[in-house]
Ligand binder design. Sequence first.
Ligand code: ADP
Length: 671
Amino acid sequence: MEKLKKEFTYEELLQKVKEQEQHIKELNEEKNAITNFEYFVKESPDLICIADTNAYFKVINEGFVKVLGYSKEELLSKPFLQFIHPEDLEKTLAEVKNLTKKHPTIDFENRYITKNGETVFLQWKANLHTTNNLIYGIARDVTQIRKTEEKLLSSEKSLNEAQRIAKIGSWDFHLTTQELNWSNELYEIFEIENNPHDSELYAKYLSSFLPEDAELLNRNVYNTISNKIPYEMEHRIILANQRMKWVFCTGVPVLDKNDNVVSLKGVVQDITQKKLIDETIKAKEKAEAANKAKSDFLANMTHEIRTPLNGIVGFTDLLLKTKFDNDQLEYLKSVNESANALMEIISNILDFSKIEAGKLELSFEEIDIIQLLNQIINLFKYEANHKKIDLELEIDSNVPKYIKGDSFRLKQILVNLLSNAMKFTFSGYIKLKVAQVEEEDSVSKIKFSVLDTGIGIMDYNQKKIFQSFIQADNTTTRKYGGTGLGLAISNQLLALKNSELELISTYGVGSEFFFTVAFEKILFKKRAIEEKLNSVVHIPFRLSNSLTNFKVLVVEDNKINMLLAKTLIKKIIKNCELIEATNGFEAVVLAEERLPDLIFMDIQMPIRNGYDATLEIRKKEKTKHIPVIALTAGVLNGEKEKCIEHGMSDYLTKPIVQFELEKVLLKWLND
Ligand code: ADP
C-alpha cells in the first residue's frame, strides 16, 4: 500500500480513474456506433449485400428478404443468378465480369423475380474490394418508378393512338423559350417530317395556310396572348403535293400564378372527311327537297285535275241516262270510259306522289277480312266470266275474321294485283289465296297471294317491274295499257307496314305475286265510331218516290261540282228549293236564315272549311238538328271519321253517283 502510495498521489489516481472512465465511454460509444451502423444496414429499405465472384451472396440485409420474399437461408444457399429475371441474366453477368481492379465500380439495373413470381426492378451500385475480391453491393427497389414510367409511356402511346384515330394533333408553345412542341399526329396532318428540333417548323406550318387564313391566325394568337381568351378557326390547308385538307384548330392561353400568359396550347383536327360527308348530306338534302317539291307539285296538280274530271264523269253519267241515237251513245260511252280511265291514272299518280312526299299515312280501322276479300273477288267475277277464266278465293281457316288495318289500302293492293292478273291472263285460273303464316299474342301475320296462269314475266324483267313507271317491255302499254305505277305503289304502301311484294313467275306459264303483313287481331267489340260509320252505310232504307217540296242547301266552291250536285238533286226531289253557298261562312249564315231541310257540305273551301262550318251549325239552336251530308274527295286518310267527329250526319264521296245520292236523301229526308 505504501509502495502504491508512493507511486501515485490521490490526485493522480483520480485522474487515472477518470481517464479510464473516459476510455470506457469512448469504447462504448464506438460500440454503439457500430451497433447503430449494423442496425442501419439491417433495417435499410435498400438491399445491401456482400457477394463473391462465384455469384453467391455472403452477407445480405433484411432488405433482400423484404423485397424478394425469400428467407435469408434461401438467398444464401443458391447462386444469386438464379433469382435474376432470365432476360437480364446475360447483362448482369457481363456487368459482374466488368468488375476489375481497373474498374472496381459498376452502376446498372436489372430485374429479379420474387418468391411470388413478381418482377422487381433493382438499381445497383457495386464495388469490388480488390484485396479480398468480394463485391460490396447496394440496390434500390425502383419497381414503382419503372411501372409508373411504363404507365406513362403507355398512356402517351394511347394518347398518340387516340390522336391518330381522331385525326387530332396537339401542340404547345412557350413564349419565353419560343419552344414549339408538336404531337406525332400533328406532323401527320400537315405532312411535315417529324423532327422535334426543327427550327423551321412554324414557318413550314404557316406555308400551308392560305394568306388570309395566316393573317387570321396571327390576329387570333395575338388576341389570345393579350386578352387571355381562347381562339377557334376552321380553314383549308394546301399541302406540299397541292392536296387540300380542312382543319379545325383551337388555341388556349396557359397562365402562371400571377395570371401572365406563359404559353399557348391547342389542338388541330383534320375534318376533311367530315366536310366531305357534310357536303354529301347537303347535296342529298337538296335533292330530296327538290324531289319533295316535285311530288308536292304533282299532288296538287292531280288534285286540281280530279275536280274537272269529276264533272266530266258525273255529267256523262247523267247524259248516258237520257235519250241518244246509237252513234251518240257510243261516243258518249267512250268519253265516260276515257274519263274514268283518266281518273284511275290520276288517282295512281296522286297516291304515288303522296307516298313520295311522305304524306301518305295508313289508317287503322277494324276490318272484317273475310267480308273484304269477298267484296274484292266480286269486283272481278263479271270479267272472269266474260274471259272464261276460273276465279277462286281460298281463305285458310286459320285467318282471323277481324283485324286492325287500312282496308282501303289493302283493297287497293289486292285489286291492283288482281287487275294485273286479269289483264295478263287469257285462259286457266286466277286465285286469291290468303293464309295466316304466323301468330303471336295479338298479332297475326297474313300472307296474301295472287296466282295466275297468264303470260308470265321473263326473269330479267322480274326486278324492274317494281320500279315506278316501268313495265315489262315497251309494247305493254300499247297492248295492255297501264302506267307502270301499280306495283310500285303497292310496294310503297307495303313498305309502310315493313313488307314488300314478292314474285315467282315463269314466262309463258304464270305468275304469283305475294306479300305478308302483320296485323293486330281483334277479338272483341268494334270501335264506337266504326260502328257509327257502318250504321251510316248499312242502315236499311225505304225506297220511295215521295221526295217533294224540300229545301236543300248545297255548299260547294267549285262551279261544275255545284251544277252536278244541283242537277242530280233536282232529278231526285220534285219541287226542290235549292240554296247555294260557295264557302263555309256563307253556309252558316244561309242555314240560319233559310233553315233548309238538309245541307250538302264540301270539305275544302275558302274562307271557312266544311268542318268548321258544320261545328258552327251544330252550335246554333236553330240549325243544330239539320242533317249535314259531307261531300268528300275521298282520297285523304281518316276523312270519313273526321266528318263524323265534326258533327256531320253522313257523307258522300265525289264524284257523286246518283244512286248513292238517292240513298242518302231518302234516308235523311224520309226520317
Ligand atoms: P301497269 O299494270 O299499270 O302497267 P304495274 O306496276 O301494275 O303497272 O305493272 C308493271 C308491269 O308488270 C306490267 O306492265 C306488266 O308488264 C308486268 N306485270 C304485272 N303483273 C303481271 C302479271 N300478273 N302477269 C304478267 N305481267 C305482269
